[in-house]
Write a protein that binds this ligand. Sequence first.
Ligand SMILES: CC(C)(COP(=O)(O)OP(=O)(O)OC[C@H]1O[C@@H](n2cnc3c(N)ncnc32)[C@H](O)[C@@H]1OP(=O)(O)O)[C@@H](O)C(=O)NCCC(=O)NCCS
Length: 165
Amino acid sequence: MTEITIHRFRAGEGDLLGQLFHRSVHEGAAGAYDAAQRAAWSPEPPSGPVWEARLAGGLTLVAWTGRDPVGFMMLIPETGHLDLAFVAPEMQGQGVAAMLYGLLERSARRRGLARLTTDASELARGFFLKQGWQDGPRRRIERHGIALHNYPMAKSLKPALERAA
Ligand SMILES: CC(C)(COP(=O)(O)OP(=O)(O)OC[C@H]1O[C@@H](n2cnc3c(N)ncnc32)[C@H](O)[C@@H]1OP(=O)(O)O)[C@@H](O)C(=O)NCCC(=O)NCCS
């Protein structure tokens, strides 16, 4: 099995992750969103200082095989919002997102966060349901004039007893 290492996003890695994001949308999400929707979601690989700052603005974990990034996920610790979750198409279904998510959830618990939220794509919805999240109703969003959809999702990190009290 391919050896995967995970480390925190480092300055200067933005362009590589932008290319991964673009491939993940166009190849990885092809079963759930049509070509026009994928083009609206990622017209071109994100890059440059704004993208780099977005990645640096939260707890972004990157999975690597050797020198190639194969997935990344970002938690905004101040709000508990999971902002980005993308895995390279050829590595999907091999537990990469589960590894990244496991570390982020552990970090969120250590920080005392009570709840995690995200806006999940069709594919991420299946993934997060598997991680014990709850989904809300399918929501229509618009990107560059094209309609797409996602699902508001959340997971309580409080123990069940505390939630019932
Ligand atoms: C969503 C995504 C990040 C999941 O990454 P992944 O590395 O393939 O997921 P994993 O292999 O870690 O999956 C972990 C578990 O979730 C399940 N799972 C993953 N995606 C699923 C889906 N769409 N539907 C149902 N179950 C799913 C896996 O079967 C696996 O189950 P197991 O524990 O029984 O083996 C990946 O499919 C992706 O990058 N998609 C394209 C881009 C995208 O939509 N990103 C989300 C933006 S909000």
